[in-house]
Design a protein around this ligand. Structure first.
Ligand SMILES: Cc1cc2nc3c(=O)[nH]c(=O)nc-3n(C[C@H](O)[C@H](O)[C@H](O)COP(=O)(O)O)c2cc1C
Length: 356
């Protein structure tokens, strides 16, 4: 008997994923007016051909002001959703499940293309008013966000719901709410960026309110048989910030609200934090959330080796192994990993003559 667990299927609600390999959401800054095109077909299609079980499409803005940059993909209108459809269809035809990360960048919005240094854009350069829970900038180079009033907050929940509706129409199998990396929802969750004294600030319960309202709004339009994932920063890596204990209680709440998986990342609320990096450095977080909140999790961060990826599943550190940069280097990683681990999997028929 082959003991390998990485290539066993897994189900979320009614959605069956053929293996436990998940492509991490990665912004490509290659959309025009939020519309994806040939690049995304080639980029995501290659990973689908390469055998990725679950492809999570990059952080995709639910409103123009929620974009990190003018080059982000968007899903706030029907044209953007329509452009995603053939990409989703192709990836599904290769046997992948396809999700999309719905995002609002909050006070970290309105920045330039990474090739030009991701600097905040001035109004004269096409920049826009950024929003946040409290009037404090991310760092001195970023603008001070508008402190969101209740109308702004209600609009964010509506925008996520509208994005979810469009994602459903585009054919996505699942959505992931981006509540990590110092973007809007994370800014509300973290006491570092949230200094509000109303119902949305202060106690852990109040700081969780926006995320839970977003989920309720999304659930009103998103099909009940399709899963919802949430990506969180389990820790801010800053004293006084979000910590493991808070994230465990958040994960329990999200489970009560019907969330199918917690995608366990970290950091992003504060600049210049010291993170000690090593292979699988965030897996301690996913293991704790999985055990203490009893909810499926994905583990991510410097995972590159097939044996290590399989160990993560076997040892119970995560239910899905999520990979970013390694899949940028090698879109066919799952085919290679199966060979390395001695597992027979289906190859694209067009590639049979190259099979190991
Ligand atoms: C080019 C690039 C773009 C990224 N964009 C996103 C994103 O859109 N949403 C997100 O939650 N994380 C994003 N991340 C973080 C990745 O999803 C992942 O968590 C991180 O790269 C660590 O995994 P890795 O070591 O396997 O790359 C991005 C990372 C990279 C390298």
């Amino acid at each position: 008997m082959n003991p390998v667990k990485l290539f066993e299927p897994i189900e979320f609600k009614g959605v069956r994923v053929k293996n436990k390999i998940m492509m991490a959401p990665m912004c490509m800054y290659s959309a025009i007016n939020g519309v994806v095109g040939a690049f995304h077909m080639a980029h995501l299609g290659a990973r689908a051909l390469g055998g990725v079980g679950l492809i999570m499409v990059e952080a995709t803005a639910v409103s123009p002001e929620g974009r990190i940059s003018p080059y982000d993909s968007g899903i706030w209108n029907k044209g953007q959703a329509k452009a995603f459809s053939p990409v989703v269809d192709f990836c599904k035809s290769c046997g992948s499940v396809v999700g999309i990360q719905l995002a609002h960048a909050g006070r970290k919005a309105s920045t330039d293309h990474p090739l030009r240094g991701s600097k905040p854009l001035k109004p004269s350069e096409g920049g826009w008013q950024v929003l946040g829970p409290s009037p404090f900038s991310f760092d001195p180079s970023h603008p001070v966000p508008k402190e969101m009033d209740e109308g702004d907050i209600a609009k964010v929940a509506e925008d996520f719901a509208n994005g979810a509706k469009n994602a459903d129409e585009a054919g996505f199998d699942l959505i992931e709410i981006h509540a990590a990396h110092g973007y809007l929802i994370n800014e509300f969750l973290s006491p570092i960026s949230n200094k509000r004294v109303d119902n949305y600030g202060g106690s852990p319960q109040n700081r969780m309110r926006l995320l839970l309202e977003v989920i309720s709004a999304v659930k009103a339009v998103w099909p009940a048989n399709k899963p919802i994932f949430v990506r969180i920063s389990v820790v801010d890596w800053v004293k006084g910030g979000v910590d493991l204990e808070f994230s465990i209680s958040l994960a329990r709440k999200l489970k009560e609200h019907g969330v199918s998986l917690i995608d366990c990342s970290s950091g992003g609320v504060s600049p210049n934090v010291n993170i000690e990096l090593y292979f699988g450095y965030q897996l301690g977080f996913s293991k704790e959330i999985r055990e203490k909140a009893a909810i499926p999790v994905s583990g991510v961060g410097l995972i590159t080796e097939p044996g290590f990826a399989d160990f993560i599943i076997g040892y119970g550190m995560a239910d899905m192994v999520e990979m970013g940069r390694e899949l940028l280097r090698n879109p066919y990683w799952p085919l290679y990993a199966a060979h390395k681990l001695g597992v027979e999997i289906e190859w694209p028929t067009q590639y049979h003559r190259a099979k190991y």
